[in-house]
Structures are given as C-alpha cells and as structure tokens.
Design a protein around this ligand. Structure first.
Ligand code: UTP
Length: 274
C-alpha cells in the first residue's frame, strides 16, 4: 500500500523573501516527483506575511483572535502560491479538514493553510494526518533538527536525531506552556501522540533531505517516534558492533520486513537495505 504523508511547510521556509519563486518552483517539482511514489498532502504556514499583519493588527488594538484571522489568510495566500507552482491553483484553498479530505479526491497534491483561530498550521497538519490516517507528518522547518536548546543562543545545545513524542511534548510545553511553540505546536504534538503519527523534522530548504523524509528514507533531521511513550530508550548495548540502526525507527537493520522491531511505524529501512 502506498504511504500517505502530510508535508507541513513553514511560511518562513516558503517565503523568506530571498529567491522565493525559484525555491517554490523547485519544491513543487520535487513534490510532484515524490507524489508518484507516496500520497502527498501539503499544509503551508504564513511566515512573515502572517507576522506582518499580526503585528500591525496588534498595534491597531486588534485581539489575538483578530491576529489569528489575519494569520490564517496569510497561510491561505501562501497555499495558493504553492498550488500555482504545482500547476493547479484553486480560487480558494480548502479551509477545513473536511474540505481538504474532499479535495484529495480530485487533486493529486492538495494544499491548504490554516483552519481557525487558536493554533498554528502544525496542528492543522496533525489534524489532516489523523483524518486521512497518514503514516507520518514531515515538518519542513527553518532549522535542520530539534536541539536541546536554541543553538543560536546556546552554543552547547545538542542536536537530537531521534526522540519520542513525549520528549517532544516536554520541550514544547516547557517552552511556551499551552501556547505556540517554535518547535511544533503543542496541540499538534497531542494529536500526533494520541494517533501515533510520527513527526519528521527536517530543514525545508534542503530539498534532498526533505525528499528523503517524505519518501520514508533515512534523512538528516529529527525523527519523533509517536509509537513509543516516555523517553527514548538507550540503544541495546548487546547489539553487535557495527550494527546499523534505522534512523527512522531505531530498529537494527534487518533482512526482512517482519524482523523490523517497529513494524507499526511502517519503517522502510529493512525493505530498502535488505
Ligand atoms: P503558522 O504559525 O502556522 O505559520 O501560522 P508559519 O509560517 O508556520 O510560522 P513559522 O514560519 O513557523 O514562523 C501563522 C499564524 O496564523 C494563525 C496563527 O496566529 C499563526 O501564528 N493561524 C494559523 C491560526 O490561527 N489558525 C490556523 O489554523 C493556522
């Protein structure tokens, strides 16, 4: 069965204001290519357009609700731009999860932005993943991985290659309480945990790594395992030296699908490397 993947693209990746059309064109081309192998659904963030409107609205006395409404419009504008690059721009992108599910019937790569005030497009991507029973959410962000701390402020911050959803939850709740997080929306973490949807964090400007993450291949970034609770257990010390572990599910490389310790993740590692 074909894997189903939700790709969440931060607005800061899509429209940083530097050769945006060139990047969006290349991204669209890559998405079309991978959609021949996996089913691709895309959610796009608002980026600096959203921030521009939100900060001006705040100065004018607008509430958080008002700012969210403007942010959502920015996400939809970006979603239209990417749809155009994909050769299929609708007058309005899907505005609800239900509309998105409907759009999947007719569009090869449906794209949407936000839904309603109170969360970010990270949460929307988890909602879509739940609705369509996706195998994973690939979060294309402006950093190359999750770190133990902000690497721009703390040079001692460590890069995390894999973690459990509970560990991601610890980070996002510690960061901002129940509000928005720079790593992943806490609401999205909750949905991913409840529905056992893995989250793959990858640098969205690195199209090669993004492609690998979408295809379920070993990639450079952070793999968030939603099939295991608690902290990520240490790798088995008893494994023979040189054993190769899947960066996707952490299981030792195996020669058959059934010997992968985490089959429920639909880890492709044994298949690909056997
Ligand atoms: P996002 O925060 O999802 O955009 O939405 P983004 O581009 O991913 O942000 P970066 O790139 O990571 O910085 C922008 C704003 O739109 C509103 C929120 O105010 C959010 O901060 N929004 C978005 C909603 O209120 N509901 C949604 O469903 C989506």
């Amino acid at each position: 069965m074909t894997d189903s993947v939700v790709v969440s693209i931060g607005g800061s990746i899509l429209i940083p204001g530097d050769n945006d059309a060139e990047y969006i064109g290349k991204l669209a081309k890559m998405l079309k290519e991978v959609s021949e192998e996996v089913s691709v659904s895309v959610v796009v963030g608002g980026g600096k357009t959203a921030r521009y409107y939100a900060s001006n609205a705040a100065e004018l006395g607008g509430s958080m609700f008002d700012q969210d409404i403007l942010g959502i419009e920015a996400t939809r504008l970006n979603a239209q731009l990417l749809s155009l690059a994909l050769g299929d721009m609708p007058k309005r992108v899907p505005e609800t999860v239900e509309q998105f599910v409907e759009a999947r019937r007719t569009r090869t790569i449906p794209v949407m932005g936000g839904t309603e005030p109170g969360h970010t497009t990270d949460a929307v991507s988890a909602m879509i993943a739940k609705a369509i029973k996706a195998d994973r959410v690939v979060n294309a962000t402006s950093v190359d991985a999750v770190y133990t701390d902000d690497p721009r402020k703390n040079p001692g911050a460590k890069r995390i290659e894999r973690m459990t959803i509970d560990e991601l939850g610890d980070i996002v709740y510690k960061e901002h309480g129940a509000s928005k997080s720079s790593v992943f929306d806490p609401m999205g973490v909750g949905i991913a945990k409840e529905n056992r949807i893995d989250i793959l964090m990858v640098d969205g400007r690195n199209l090669e790594e993004l492609r690998k993450a979408i295809l379920g291949q070993p990639f450079s970034g952070t793999f968030v395992d939603s099939h295991r609770a608690g902290p990520d257990p240490p790798r088995s010390p008893s494994r023979s030296p040189g054993t190769v572990l899947s960066p996707l599910c952490g299981a030792p490389r195996a020669s058959s699908w059934t010997s992968c310790a985490h089959r429920r993740n639909r880890c492709r590692w044994p298949r690909m490397r056997a």
